[in-house]
Write a protein that binds this ligand. Structure first.
Ligand SMILES: Cc1ncc(COP(=O)(O)O)c(C=O)c1O
Length: 352
């Protein structure tokens, strides 16, 4: 939902001639503080994508030749970020009710090499964090959450972003909180402060100890800092995030009541509903019929472990079945009642 406020914010940055700085001052620092306050996390470091957030968050733990547990039903960045850091992705099957990683199966996949748990709050639905945190404590592993879909989702009355040691958000154009590109890592716990300064340096090529125009580089970093235009849009989007998520929830409530299918996303008032998924037997036909009626649907996702780059023969029966049947319906705050009526009516007509 983009209105005059975003246009004005962009114009002000454009005319102000301060467009970007690796130092993370200006609008970037303002957004960082406001997002941290909104989430209720200890610290927040913004970056220029959700992928960068995952890359940097995983660099906080030495995962070289170690294992990271994650679901395969996600965007490829979740797994790529492990490879960027020299680790090995260990894909684990899902709870078929919410399509989040199944904690019982996590337990079965732990080895001496496991260092990190990387659950994805799928479509904005919160994972079973109580159980996952318990496992992390038991096996002394670090919890990093992929919350790319979960800006505004809550779990146990606290926002997603406050539970794990590092929680990664995406502000890509299609996300609940949209920017041209953007991301953030919220940090919690005893090491939060230290992690914050490491990440602020890594997002700007490893630059540290800046004094005037002089600086030092103490470790490897990347060009991952957020620009002022993204931050300015983000500040406006953040003001209306709850309102936009309430609209998404209203639509999701109707979908979950009125769509006549057994396998569909359940209703949960704590969910941000970045996605609304259903499962259909003949996906190709369903998507074609919807397209003919001017309704765009999507596939989130084809399982990562089936991609040629990974190509793993794994026993993930739930992920594989869902990977063949899952379809995302349109869900966003710009849909009006007649759009929602049409989506429900045509889904019920074509999905059987
Ligand atoms: C689950 C998940 N993780 C990570 C990302 C990566 O975010 P970005 O596109 O901002 O790099 C996405 C983006 O779609 C995502 O859906």
């Amino acid at each position: 939902m983009v209105r005059k406020e975003e246009e004005l914010a962009i114009r002000n940055v454009l005319r102000g001639k301060f467009w970007a700085s690796g130092a993370g001052v200006g609008k970037v620092s303002e957004f960082e503080k406001k997002f941290n306050k909104y989430i209720g996390s200890d610290f927040c470091v913004t970056v220029n994508s959700g992928t960068a957030a995952l890359h940097l968050a995983l660099s906080l733990v030495d995962i070289r030749n170690k294992e990271v547990i994650l679901p395969s039903l996600s965007f490829v960045s979740t797994a790529h970020a492990i490879i960027y850091n020299g680790g090995k992705p260990v894909f684990v099957d899902l709870n078929p009710d919410n399509l989040c990683i199944d904690p019982d199966l996590i337990r079965k996949s732990i080895t001496k090499k496991t260092r990190v748990m990387l659950p994805v709050h799928f479509g904005g639905m919160p994972c079973d964090l109580d159980e996952i945190k318990k496992i992390c404590e038991e096996y002394n592993t670090f919890l990093i959450e992929d919350a790319a879909h979960a800006a505004g989702t809550s779990y146990r009355n606290k926002k997603i972003g406050t539970h794990g040691g590092a929680v990664c958000f995406s502000f890509h154009t299609i996300k609940n909180l949209a920017m041209p590109t953007g991301g953030a890592i919220t940090l919690n716990g005893n090491n939060g402060n230290n992690h914050q300064s490491i990440l602020k340096s890594k997002r700007w090529c490893g630059i540290s100890e800046r004094k005037g125009v002089k600086y030092n580089v103490t470790h490897l970093g990347w060009n991952y800092y957020m620009n002022e235009f993204s931050a300015a849009i983000g500040i406006e989007q953040l003001k209306k995030l709850d309102k936009m998520n309430t609209k998404r929830k209203k639509i999701a409530r109707r979908f979950s009541k009125e769509i006549d299918l057994t396998n569909k996303m359940p209703f949960n008032n704590n969910c941000s509903y970045h996605l609304y998924w259903i499962q259909v037997r003949n996906r190709r036909n369903f998507m074609k019929k919807m397209q003919e009626n001017y309704i765009e649907t999507g596939i989130h996702y084809l399982p990562i472990h089936k991609m040629d780059f990974y190509k793993l023969r794994l026993n993930l029966p739930i992920t594989e079945e869902i990977g063949q049947k899952i379809v995302s319906l349109p869900i966003h705050p710009n849909l009006d009642e007649s759009d929602v009526n049409k989506i429900i009516k045509l889904t019920n007509l074509f999905a059987k």
